[in-house]
Structures are given as C-alpha cells and as structure tokens.
Design a protein around this ligand. Structure first.
Ligand SMILES: [Cu+2]
Length: 156
C-alpha cells in the first residue's frame, strides 16, 4: 500500500513538471514622443513557454499604427556618412520575432522596439495603457504598459 501511494505521488510530480508553460510578457512600458506627432516606442520582455512562439504584430488603441523595429548596431563603420552625430537612429521594420522555448527576448532602447505612430496626446506619464501582442498561431496577449514621459528614465 505504501508503495502504491509512493508511485501515485511520483506520477503527480511528473505530471506537474511536464505541464506546458505559457509564454509570458512583462516589464512593458511606452515612451511618449517629446514632440507631438513624432512616433513613440513600446518595450517589453517576452519569456518563452514550452513551445516556440512567433510574435507577428503589436497594436495599441492609443496609436494609429505600430511596427516592430530593430535598431541596427552593425555596419556603422562601413557607412561613415550615416554617423551617429546626426542623432538619427538607424532601424528597420522586422516581419516577426521568434521566441524559442524557455528563451527571453527583450525589447529595449537601442534594440528591438515597437514604433508607435500617431500616438494619442492624452497619454499621461505614470499611468498605464494596454498593448496587444499577436502571435502567428492566432494567440493574442494583452499587457498593461507603464507610460513614461519623453525625458524620464526607463522604469527598470
Ligand atoms: Cu523604430
């Protein structure tokens, strides 16, 4: 009898360990533009679950359009005419972002980010606003992003 209980307990532990974990998103924040009409940006961290995920779009009710971008840190040496002194950050849209199982993918200034176009002027720094992340399998994840003023430091 004792053995049976032991086996049952073991089966339960195994079942727990094999339960699939869901992808999670945290640390979301939105930088409002310094000048009305300029784009804002959204950042967050994706924590991969047990299955590979593919982020294909991000949207926000407070922006007319949103694009996933990646800042380009490479090739600068080969393009002296595109120097950093101009203050213009070089970036390009990316079609999708793959999150491997158990992997962490961070959207942050200078790296991957979501560019928000035609941002509502009613966003108040310190408050929160929702972002919707859409994945290739049809899954949508809604997260609350902290709104950060144009000149304020990142919230982490
Ligand atoms: Cu951008």
């Amino acid at each position: 009898m004792r053995n049976l209980i032991g086996i049952a307990a073991l089966a339960l532990v195994t079942a727990c360990q094999q339960a699939p974990t869901e992808l999670k998103v945290d640390g979301a924040w939105v930088r409002v533009p310094a000048v009305a009409g300029n784009p804002g940006a959204a950042y967050f961290t994706l924590h991969g679950g047990s299955e590979k995920a593919n982020l294909v779009a991000v949207s926000a009710k407070f922006a007319v359009r949103a694009e996933i971008h990646e800042s380009m840190k490479h090739d600068m040496a080969n393009m002296p005419e595109m120097n950093m002194a101009s203050g213009a950050m070089m970036m390009q849209p990316v079609k999708d972002v793959v999150i491997q199982p158990g992997d962490t993918v961070t959207f942050e200034p200078g790296g991957k980010h979501v560019m928000l176009f035609d941002v509502s002027t009613s966003l108040t720094p310190g408050r929160k606003a929702p972002l919707t992340l859409s994945f290739a399998d049809g899954k949508k994840v809604e997260i609350e992003a902290i709104i950060v003023g144009a000149g304020d430091p990142a919230p982490r």
